[in-house]
Design a protein around this ligand. Structure first.
Ligand code: ACM
Length: 526
């Protein structure tokens, strides 16, 4: 009898343990966003050692430093060393890979004792590091992880869909300074976005120092939309922001919006205007005062006056001098003028004469602009007379000043009554074959604080990142939402005040060294 009892309890013990290990077998995969082109998960892991080496080859020094920075937030002591195939971490620049991976693709391989990232450029290596960062526990984002870290063994080959993966911040209606812009750049880079468009000027404020036209900032920067912040970027600050962006593979796209949306310049230099201000807008006194209202499409440069083109050339000339990237955005939206097309052609030729490529909102394609021009579609109402390269910023998918969910306070709804949901952003598919990418603008008439900007940008900007990077056949909204939920804690630790989209199961559980429960016979689950 006693024997039978012992045997039975042994059977129960074995069954009980089997039951437990059946549960332990299932470990959630790290959520990688944007979804890579190809990823193979292996049912084994790499254990981070207490001391490890980061090996790099010529040209990969900066990337080795980024990788070391990531490792600094763990228990490991790492040191860098020239070399290849070290046990530990390898980061290798291989220009020949450009044929298969392009300028931004990368390969990431995690085996039992080697983690390697290879790419043809430093941009590709940077993106390989961002993917690796998402494989590490989220706690590395703001604290040192002291528990043992196990990384899943995997093999990733990843190439972006579009060259243009952008975010736009309107710092003219309400000013956002270098600190917020840099934070935004950090977050963009983490999701492999590579263009930050700054809407620098509008009726309510002029936000960039132009040394030959000092009144633009002495007077024009003092305003903002009601409740918004005023201010401007000095040229030094602008340059520093560009350096910060470039280190993260992001190009700053400066926009000087013309010939409309220009009151902040007209009040500073009234000779650029055609009429008395009070004739065009009764609320504007003469001498002019700042403008704090919302309406658009009423101010314009006086296109009959030759000195207007001197002004345009001066401003664009200084912008070209201080801008690292190849692009200058001239705006061109929401204005009726019989000389509009002539203006666009002339402004484009000024920009090209400065050695830059011109970008404008979609209305510019009413003019027969040069074939190098890039137009940015926003309301899809313009009948174009030319084919240009296109950035897709359609308001029904990407205007993030619109509500996250219907009825959200302090949001716009003129483009789409219900607002722009996470799904609206995610499910965008470009039909125009001239599309070079996507960009989501944040207009700030009703975005008056950093927290509000975070709330409008995130998580919709993460959906945009996947639209810009991942192949259409790799996209699936429910799968995206599942992965996004697993970024909850990471976003919290990155101090992002994101909108808690109700369709997402936001996981904020702390589980340091998340993959340390992974056993040799475990299985990854989605
Ligand atoms: C725009 O929204 N006026 C480009």
């Amino acid at each position: 009898m006693k024997n039978i009892q012992v045997k039975l309890s042994l059977v129960f013990l074995v069954l009980f343990q089997l039951g437990l290990s059946a549960q332990e077998l299932e470990v959630a995969k790290p959520a990688i966003i944007p979804k890579p082109s190809e990823i193979e998960w292996k049912d084994d892991f790499f254990t981070l050692q207490k001391s490890t080496v980061v090996c790099f080859n010529p040209g990969a020094e900066t990337s080795a430093a980024w990788l070391q920075e990531l490792l600094e937030n763990t228990y490991t002591q790492s040191y860098t060393m020239k070399g290849e195939n070290c046990t530990g971490f390898n980061i290798l620049l291989e220009p020949d890979l450009e044929q298969s991976l392009g300028k931004e693709g990368y390969k990431l391989n995690i085996s039992s004792n080697i983690v390697s990232i290879k790419a043809a450029t430093e941009a590709g290596l940077f993106y390989g590091i961002q993917t690796l960062r998402q494989v590490f526990p989220p706690e590395i984002e703001n604290e040192k992880v002291l528990n043992e870290i196990k990384l899943p063994q995997l093999s990733v080959t990843d190439v972006p869909k579009f060259e243009w993966r952008g975010s736009m911040l309107d710092i003219a209606r309400s000013f956002f300074g270098p600190d917020y812009i840099k934070k935004h750049l950090d977050r963009m880079a983490f999701y492999k976005l590579n263009r930050l468009h700054l809407h620098l000027t509008d009726d309510q404020g002029w936000r960039i120092e132009i040394k030959q036209k000092p009144k633009l900032t002495e007077l024009g920067s003092k305003g903002a939309v009601k409740g918004g912040r005023s201010g401007y970027l000095t040229q030094e600050q602008y340059k520093e922001i560009q350096e910060y962006a470039a280190a993260r593979n992001i190009i700053i796209i400066p926009e000087i919006d013309m010939p409309g949306h220009i009151y902040s310049a007209l009040m500073a230099y009234p000779e650029l205007n055609c009429e008395e201000f009070s004739n065009i807008e009764p609320r504007l006194a003469t001498p002019p005062e700042l403008f704090h209202e919302y309406q658009v499409g009423w101010s314009k440069l006086c296109l009959d006056k030759p000195e207007v083109y001197d002004f345009v050339a001066t401003v664009l000339g200084e912008m070209a001098e201080i801008t690292k990237g190849e692009y200058l955005h001239i705006g061109g939206d929401e204005i009726e003028d019989e000389r509009y097309k002539e203006f666009v052609i002339k402004a484009d030729s000024i920009v090209r004469g400065l050695g830059k490529t011109t970008i404008g909102w979609e209305e510019v394609t009413k003019a027969a602009v040069d074939s190098t021009f890039i137009s940015q579609r926003w309301n899809n109402k313009t009948k174009s007379v030319v084919n240009t390269r296109v950035i897709q910023s359609l308001c029904s998918s990407f205007y993030f000043d619109h509500a996250n969910i219907p009825g959200q306070e302090m949001t716009n709804n003129w483009c789409q009554e219900r607002g722009v949901s996470l799904k609206d952003a995610y499910t965008f598919i470009a039909k125009n074959p001239n599309t070079i990418g996507v960009e989501a603008p944040l207009w700030t008439e009703m975005v008056l604080s950093n927290d509000a900007a975070d709330n409008r940008f995130w998580p919709r900007t993460i959906a945009l990142a996947e639209v810009g990077w991942s192949a259409n056949e790799n996209k699936d909204y429910q799968d995206f939402v599942n992965r996004l939920g697993r970024h909850g804690l990471r976003l919290d630790l990155m101090d992002v005040n994101y909108f808690r989209s109700p369709e997402v199961n936001w996981n904020s559980n702390r589980n340091k060294g998340v993959f340390s429960e992974f056993m040799p016979d475990s299985k990854w689950i989605d």
